[in-house]
Design a protein around this ligand. Structure first.
Ligand SMILES: NC(=O)c1ccc[n+]([C@@H]2O[C@H](COP(=O)([O-])OP(=O)(O)OC[C@H]3O[C@@H](n4cnc5c(N)ncnc54)[C@H](OP(=O)(O)O)[C@@H]3O)[C@@H](O)[C@H]2O)c1
Length: 340
């Protein structure tokens, strides 16, 4: 299976490290021997080699700051535009791990359409295209007989979508609620330990949880983007940011935290979804609630089902290997599909 990777940052590199480190196991256990034929970045070059790029050389080049440091070899094409790379790479799968834009979904959305035109399956870690254009992408993919997989967009490689859509197939899911932004959960946990909001934010930034501009996390937009994705995937709902309540944690004070604790409760930023709507807002939940015990950067999602009752999934919501694994899980699904 030939793969093309857009975006070679934290997630893209995590994925390539997994391919490098688990190559033998993937071949032996699953008969899976993919070839990464193309890698694109925005400002650090791109590479295309039909016979497959070398993982170590790729990782060494990017660690040095630019894919130009990848060694010369016959057939290697350098610095094609991302659009040209998609058209020329001949891969079966486009992996989109470029930067999320929750306003337009671009340029990733156009890359996805171009990849479908070039007969590729789509695997995304990038939330933008799914949050904003799931229906159109799905329809275009179906029309082409291609799969649209996006496990990494919600809870990294923790299989929230696969649980809901595959393991729980046959159950009716009536409701979902969860902690789907690790940065804010980390900050709330630190504030419970006595840290002020600004100290907790500074620490989250120092640890790489929060961006230099933390607005998307602390104001709830990252969680809301994931809620849009869950609403589309679980309930086939076409929501937009405009028709959901979105509130973040920036108004939560240490006094609020203490008041909740005195009442046997804890503040969490909760995404809540039903077949008729979605919201993201800070809520006080009883300490006995399964989500109350989810601390630090960890994510969790409770799905309420008719046949199984509540099912709660707890795991990583971000990270290099953790999200790289989401891409692997999706391409392994494509591999299994091909073998059937
Ligand atoms: N990090 C996580 O834990 C995590 C978890 C779940 C989902 N995600 C999502 O996964 C995606 C990747 O995250 P990340 O943490 O790996 O981000 P990152 O470290 O900032 O890397 C983004 C990569 O995308 C490249 N890129 C941006 N625009 C591009 C374009 N137009 N064409 C080609 N390449 C382009 C960047 O190029 P340059 O190197 O030139 O800037 C960079 O290599 C994001 O959409 C993110 O929301 C991340």
């Amino acid at each position: 299976m030939k793969l093309a990777l857009i975006g070679f940052g934290t997630v893209g590199q995590g994925f390539v490290e997994i391919l490098r480190d688990k190559g033998a196991a993937l071949r032996d256990q699953y008969g899976f021997a993919p070839q990464l034929v193309a890698v694109a970045t925005r400002s650090r070059g791109s590479l295309l080699l039909a016979s497959g790029l070398d993982y170590d050389a790729l990782l060494t080049a990017i660690a040095g700051g630019h894919l130009d440091q990848y060694p010369d070899m016959p057939g290697l094409q350098r610095n094609l535009s991302t659009e040209a790379l998609i058209q020329q790479c001949g891969a079966e799968v486009l992996l989109e791990a470029g930067t999320t834009d929750l306003q337009s979904g671009q340029p990733a959305l156009d890359y996805c359409y171009a990849a479908l035109d070039a007969n590729m399956h789509l695997v995304l870690a990038n939330k933008g295209p799914i949050a904003l254009a799931y229906n159109e992408l799905r329809e275009r993919a179906q029309a082409k007989g291609k799969r649209l997989l996006f496990e990494g967009t919600v809870m990294a490689g923790t299989p929230s979508l696969r649980l809901a859509l595959q393991a729980l197939a046959g159950c009716t899911i009536s409701e979902a609620h969860g902690i789907i932004n690790g940065t804010t959960n980390y900050m709330l946990t630190q504030m419970e330990g006595g840290m002020s909001y600004s100290e907790a934010l500074a620490q989250a930034q120092a640890l790489g949880y929060a961006e230099a501009d933390p607005t998307a996390d602390v104001d709830g937009w990252d969680a809301a983007g994931k809620a849009l994705i869950l609403a589309a995937a679980l309930f086939n709902q076409k929501l937009t940011f405009a028709n959901m309540t979105v509130r973040g944690i920036s108004q939560i004070s240490l006094e609020d935290i203490h008041a909740a604790r005195t009442a046997g409760e804890r503040w969490k930023l909760i995404a809540h979804l039903t077949p008729s709507g979605a919201s993201v807002q800070p809520m006080r939940i009883p300490l006995a609630h399964p989500l109350a015990g989810v601390s630090g950067g960890t994510n969790a999602l409770t799905l309420s089902t008719d046949l199984l009752g509540d099912v709660t999934l707890i795991g990583a919501g971000a990270g290099r290997k953790q999200t790289g694994f989401a891409l692997l899980a999706d391409v392994l699904e494509l591999h299994r599909m091909k073998q059937r």
